[in-house]
Design a protein around this ligand. Structure first.
Ligand code: GLY
Length: 379
């Protein structure tokens, strides 16, 4: 059970007001834009650049978070504009990937939950069906990507997929059809045994034999190296497994989330500002605020589902992450885009390090609204 004292609530309320104030200024600059990262103070627009890009639902999700708390029509209208633009991704079906969950759960899915829009319901159901079609029946996993330079990715599973399972749990309930949730559970079971290491750290990419499902190899992904601990992947595991627990009551998923959380908490340094990889050299310092924001959401969810006494350490860890990131990473300048600085796309690409990223803003805002008691069922 999750409760906060007066000071904690006042702090969250003051941060929410700052987010709202900055987003009100940002909205007029972002008409027709689906933002990804910030270049020279301005959001990069993915509508023409790559409408299928995996992050294209977070902007709409952020706007729905703001709408659900403020009721301001401008947020709703902008979220619905983004959702309509995203239809271009359906028309590019061969380029779609496992992140159809992120794309449509946070855009159409939240629109349907908040407004009852029947077209949005259809979009979210199409997305769930696309995700289902990526399940490899012989291998027992959801295929992550289609293309990767010079590689056959048919056997590739990534820990990130755990976050996309929500749309399958939702579709099962919505249609009264158990198959979607069955596939979600099958993928979660496989990931539990193959992605999570005994020490609680997570592999980013696991390569299976697509005919048998046998694990063939671990691959380095966006972290420092093969065998390291990419912090965003760790956060996807932490949050993804507790979401699967929420939908299934399966104890192993809760235990997996706690293992991932314990590893995250043990690995984050004294300053609570997450590095991009928990097993990278001390220098250069590469932060990943998105990992901190995602982890904070997962930790708050753990604290919600666990008895107070057991959940306390997870709640405290979430508060440390949020407060330190707010103090050191947040940018409240109304004239530039992006809120939470120091997110990293990929450890190995210097230009991908220490950036403003739309998904950092989404998860940071989600954590703050969760502290304020939001009952919006996002995942
Ligand atoms: N899901 C892709 C990433 O976390 O970068």
């Amino acid at each position: 059970m999750l409760t906060f004292d007066e000071n904690e609530l006042q702090w969250a309320e003051s941060i929410f007001r700052k987010i709202d104030a900055k987003m009100e200024k940002t909205l007029p600059r972002t008409k027709g834009v689906i933002p990804y990262r910030v270049e020279n103070g301005k959001f990069e627009n993915m509508v023409k650049k790559n409408i299928c890009w995996w992050t294209n639902g977070f902007w709409e999700g952020l706007l729905w978070l703001l709408y659900s708390r403020t009721g301001k029509q401008a947020y709703r209208e902008a979220a619905q504009q983004g959702e309509t633009l995203l239809d271009g991704a359906f028309r590019n079906y061969p380029r779609l990937h496992h992140d159809v969950g992120f794309l449509w759960q946070l855009s159409a899915g939240l629109d349907y939950k908040l407004t009852g829009n029947s077209e949005s319901r259809l979009r979210a159901l199409f997305a769930a069906s696309i995700l289902m079609s990526r399940f490899n029946l012989d291998g027992g996993y959801i295929r992550a990507w289609n293309d990767y330079p010079d590689d056959d990715t048919s056997g590739w599973s990534i820990i990130d997929t755990m976050m996309n399972l929500s749309i399958l749990y939702w579709a099962s309930k919505e249609l009264g059809d158990a198959r979607f949730a069955r596939v979600a559970r099958a993928h979660a079971d496989k990931s539990l045994h193959h992605h999570l290491r005994p020490d609680g750290s997570s592999k980013h990419i696991v390569v299976y034999d697509p005919q048998t499902g046998e694990e063939l190899a671990e691959r380095a992904g966006q972290g420092y190296a093969c065998g390291s601990a990419w912090s965003r992947g760790q956060a996807w595991a932490l949050y993804g497994f507790v979401i699967s627990y929420h939908h299934t009551d399966k104890q192993e998923y809760l235990d997996a989330s706690k293992r991932a959380a314990n590893f995250f908490i043990a690995s984050v340094q004294e300053d609570w500002l997450p590095r991009c990889d928990f097993r990278s050299p001390e220098q250069p310092v590469v932060y990943d605020a998105s990992a901190g924001a995602i982890a904070a959401c997962g930790l708050l969810e753990l604290a919600t589902l666990l008895p107070v006494e057991e959940g306390r350490c997870y709640k405290q860890a979430a508060l440390h992450l949020l407060r330190e990131m707010e103090a050191h990473f947040c940018d409240w300048n109304p004239d530039s885009d992006g809120i939470l600085h120091y997110g990293s796309i990929n450890y190995k690409e210097p230009e991908g390090r220490n950036r403003y990223l739309v998904y950092s803003d989404f998860f940071f805002t989600q954590a703050i609204t969760k502290m304020l008691g939001s009952d919006l069922e996002i995942w």
